[in-house]
Structure formats: C-alpha cells, structure tokens
Ligand binder design. Structure first.
Ligand code: NDP
Ligand code: PYC
Length: 343
C-alpha cells in the first residue's frame, strides 16, 4: 500500500466527521441510508488506517459507478438460511458490504452452534479493502477468512492474456494480548488501485508487477492500465491462489467470474460485479489451550526470532495516529468530497 506523503496542504478530520461527509456523498448519489452508512464506515475506516488505495481515493469511482446505473445503491439483500453451516445472500446487484451486514447475525449464530459457517454472497459489487469484512469477527473471538474476485486484469502464470481479477484474500484471528492477527492481500503482484495511484503520481513500479499491451514486462503503470495487465504475486503460487479465489468467490457463490461480466454498456461503471465468500470458525470448539493464547504464543515466537512487523501493525499504528491527529486529507481532496456531498 502506498503511504500518504506528508504535506502541509492537508486538513485533519475526525473519524465521525469523515463518516458523515462520505455518507452524504453516497446519499446524494442515490444510495439508501443503510447502504450510505455501511459504505461510509468502510471507506472512512480504510482512510483512517492508511489503506489509501481503498479509502477516499475510491469515492469518485463509487460516484461514477452509481451514476452509470451499473450498481443498485438501493438494493435490499436477500438472506437465505440454506443449511446448518451455510448462508447465502443475493446482494440484488448492490454492494457486498450491506449484504454481509444483513447476513452477519445469522452467520455468527451458525458459526457458534456448528463450529463453522460459510457465507456465500452473489450478485454483488466489492470495491473496497477486504480486511474490514473479517476483522470484526476476530474482535468477537472468531476466526474469519474471506475472498472476493474482481475484474479481468491479471495474466494467469504461464498464460498470454489476462483472465483473473486482483482477487484478495483476507484472514483474521483473535489473540490473547493484542489486536487480532489480520492480513489482507491481493493475489496480484500489486493491487489495481495502487497502480492507479502510481500512474497519477508519475511513479514507476517495481519490476515484475505487470506487462504492457504487447505482453512485455513494464514498470510503467500507465502501460499496465492502458491495454496492459498485472501479474500474480509469486508466479505459479499466487496464480493458484487467484484461481482458488475465482472458484470460491464466484463458482461456489453463484456470482460472476472476473471475466464474466460486461460493463461496456455502462460508461463510468467501476465496480466488479462478482461474488464473495466468508468462512467463519468458532475456535472455542478446538482441542487444547485457548486459540487466542496459542495465537499469542505464535506471535511471541515470531517476535523472538526478530520479526518487527506483523501484518496489520502498520494499520493499527496509523489508526492510533489518526485518533490523536485526525485523518489528514489533501485540501483539494476534501474540497471535492464536500462538493460531491453538497450536489
Ligand atoms: P499490501 O501488499 O500492501 O499488504 C498485504 C498485507 O501484508 C497486509 O495485511 C499488510 O499489513 C501486510 N504487509 C505489508 N507489508 C508488510 C511487511 N513488510 N511486513 C509484514 N506485513 C506486511 O496489500 P495489497 O496491495 O495486496 O492489497 C491492498 C488492498 O487492496 C487490500 O486491502 C485488498 O483487499 C484490496 N483489494 C481489493 C480488491 C477488491 O476486489 N475489492 C481487489 C484487490 C485488492 P498492513 O495492512 O498492516 O500494511
Ligand atoms: O485494487 O485491485 C484493486 C481493486 C479491484 C476492485 C477493487 N479494488
């Protein structure tokens, strides 16, 4: 993830004020109050934690996708209780986060009674970071794993042309003496959002992230965005994980594969119309010492061998900083958000 440059031309906003501002932007662009609240909390949380590729940077994309009619900002998700450990949600061509919110109580109830439960969301649009979908489960003592597929822009390892999405995987687990252990990573070498940010800033990418329109390796983000494609992280290994995400998030949910939707008749459409899978486990059903104690022991051992940074540490550091200093937004970004909110 790209770090925010320190700039004097920034204004601090507290979390609640940013949520209210973003909520207003969503409402002004036709979402229901529930959807506006859910997306605003998600997006403000990403900005607060320094997850900039999926913070307020995404607002113009949300606005243009809503204006295009590609996604239904008023959708009411339909939750189906299909088996002792399986919940399905038809997001009704709306956003994935309100679908998760609607199914959450049933999912948790099933995970606690059966020990494990699956949530399969389909007909949904996910345009956000994935960690906000799993982290809250760990705060409730549960282990959660989620995958979501996106839009064709990644060349499978050994192939010639793009097929997979950037397909992130997020995982959250409680631990005894600290914040939950959380990671959230795209299975592409870099998230599409970070390529857009690099292109905007005129920065070059590290080698091995993507190819140009002729399939040649490039470090130019514009060449990737304009006819080129991304590569999976870690060659055949990341490619296998990306394939798994397509299977779990699309085939298993009834959603679209990353290559299956056509948004060409909706100029301005930005949000992948796909699916999302969550698996939630109640670790109190496991044998032996408490899971949270065991995960704490793992962290202790990792620190013992010299590890300085766990996945999630940077976000929590930034979260604490934002609580004290406010969430710093570039003045022009804040002005354009206020304009979008006032439309
Ligand atoms: P990063 O490569 O920045 O980070 C991946 C994970 O590794 C994070 O959990 C991060 O923790 C951790 N991490 C990074 N560097 C280190 C380090 N040096 N030591 C230990 N841990 C480290 O993320 P990506 O660029 O792969 O993804 C960015 C975001 O894009 C994600 O939130 C993802 O969900 C989102 N995305 C969303 C898609 C969608 O369809 N909705 C598609 C693709 C991506 P930390 O956060 O603390 O830095
Ligand atoms: O950053 O790759 C990405 C992405 C795709 C959809 C939402 N974010």
């Amino acid at each position: 993830m790209t770090a925010t440059p320190v700039s004097s031309n920034t204004e601090p906003l507290d979390f609640d004020s940013l949520v209210v501002l973003l909520e207003q932007v969503f409402l002004r662009h036709g979402t229901s109050a529930d959807v506006a609240r859910t997306l605003a909390l998600n997006c403000a949380g990403a900005e607060r934690d320094g997850a900039h590729s999926h913070g307020v940077f995404r607002i113009p994309g949300y606005v243009s996708t809503l204006k295009s009619g590609w996604v239904n900002g008023q959708a009411v998700p339909v939750v189906e209780d299909v088996a002792s450990g399986f919940v399905r949600v038809d997001a009704a061509n709306g956003f994935a986060q309100p679908a998760l919110a609607a199914a959450r109580p049933l999912l948790i109830e099933k995970a606690r009674s059966a020990g494990i439960a699956v949530l399969a969301i389909r007909n949904s649009h996910h345009f956000a970071a994935l960690w906000p979908d799993v982290e809250p489960f760990a705060y409730e003592g549960l282990v959660a794993l989620s995958v979501v597929n996106s839009m064709t822009c990644v060349v499978p390892h050994g192939a010639d042309r793009p097929l997979f999405g950037t397909n992130p995987i997020a995982f959250a687990a409680p631990r005894a003496d600290g914040e939950p252990i959380v990671f959230d990573l795209a299975t592409s070498a870099i998230a599409h959002g970070d390529v857009q940010i690099a292109a905007r800033k005129g920065e070059r990418l590290a080698p091995g992230m993507g190819v140009d329109s002729l399939g040649q390796p490039t470090q130019d983000p514009k060449a990737i965005l304009e006819g080129g494609a991304l590569l999976p992280f870690g060659g055949h290994k990341g490619s296998a994980l990306s394939m798994m995400v397509e299977l779990l998030a699309a085939a298993l949910t009834g959603g679209n594969f990353s290559f299956e939707f056509d948004w060409s008749n909706h100029p301005g459409a930005k949000t992948p119309w796909t699916g999302q899978l969550l698996i939630v486990i109640d670790p109190s059903k496991a044998a032996g010492q408490s899971f949270a104690e065991r995960s704490q022991e793992l962290v202790r051992q990792m620190h013992g061998v010299g590890l300085k940074r766990l996945p999630g540490d940077r976000r929590h550091h930034q979260r604490a900083k934002s609580a004290v200093e406010g969430i710093r937004l570039e003045a022009d970004v804040l002005a354009s958000l206020r304009e979008l909110a006032a439309l």
